[in-house]
Design a protein around this ligand. Sequence first.
Ligand code: NAI
Ligand code: SOE
Length: 390
Amino acid sequence: MQDLNIALIGGGFMGKAHSLAYAALPMYFWPAPARPVRKVLVDVTEELAATAADRYGWERHATSWQDVVNDPDIDVVDIATPNHLHADIAIAAAEAGKHIICEKPLAPNAGDAKRMLDAVERAGVVSAVAFNYRRTPAVALAKKYIDEGAIGTILNFRGTYLQDWSADPDSPLSWRFQKKIAGSGAVGDIGSHVVDLARYLVGEIAEVNSVVSTFIHERPLQASGFDALGAATKSDGPRGAVDVDDEAMTLVKFRDGAVGSIEATRNAWGRNNFITFEIHGTEGSIFFNYENRDELQVAFKNDPADRRGFRTVYTGPNTPYGEHLWPIPALGIGYGETKIIEAYEFVKAIAEGGSVRPDFADGYQTALVDEAILESGQIGQWVQVPLHER
Ligand code: NAI
Ligand code: SOE
């Protein structure tokens, strides 16, 4: 089995998730397409890098991503830093001939995303953007039903991503609330996941009409660089300005005629990781809620009239990826499994000399949709989304 030497840049929340995925990949997918070797983890200080490398099982640690992406021993660069660093790291890694997986959003803006796409295309390396919710088995099952025509022609997509980790104005001004680092707020951070699901399940978005709001205008300054996701609230001390959105409601028109809506907010008390979609087709409907991620709800027009209605299908060994996961439906799929499947698809593409979706072209197209949402929010009108032809 071929070894793939990985360099992970960023040892925070996603550093942990990606480390887990590389360690677990061969336990789930056996024989593995290649064996990911956790070679080097990079973070900003010696202490952060050493601790994360030790905790997450990396052979060594470093504090300069520049040195690491040029290391001939490294095959893959995995970018798990805040958004403003994605472009510089990815472009340098592509120029050094490394395969790249980059966390979402691909970049803080579409211009940077395009530069990243150009770099990987020039270098001919495999690229992936980490929209991992596509990898939830129930979402893959929804895609299978749609591709098989089980719900007919899609008419309507209604998607949400609702969270409350930052609904408290006393939660800190982490990098996610700073435009120069994040690019945008709820739009790029969580709305982008729903845009990815909409593109995956329905197709390309042609136009958007959005209301984009910021309800919490300032937050307590925080000392450390990583984002504790609302965990370190502080009611006294200096505050700084939030210069990104925290809520966006969007009407969408898809290129093939379907319509829909996408809602993203960080102010939804009681909602945690409330990623949902309901899709209506001419032959039936599908509903998914990530908070119950083992389940897909389906309703079919051709069911007998006295039995028609939503029913629940639990994912398991007979649904996508199931043979590699757990032997009985509803044992429980978690966030970790979505990342393991994501890592598997990426590693398989490298081992087979192929490609994987979502790739940097997908990340760029999603960034174009995000940018149109932000522009529509500013001008209060429908905005057309440019289409990047693959
Ligand atoms: P975090 O704040 O938990 O961790 C970021 C890490 O990057 C920190 O350890 C920080 O010290 C490190 N870092 C910062 N500058 C660096 C540099 N120059 N070199 C090396 N390391 C550096 O952030 P989190 O939540 O892990 O987010 C990272 C990325 O992952 C973001 O792009 C975010 O949008 C994305 N993300 C994606 C998720 C998903 O579900 N796909 C979930 C959470 C985050
Ligand atoms: C915070 O909103 C966050 O960590 C996002 O950055 C991730 O993309 C999402 O999947 C979980 O929530």
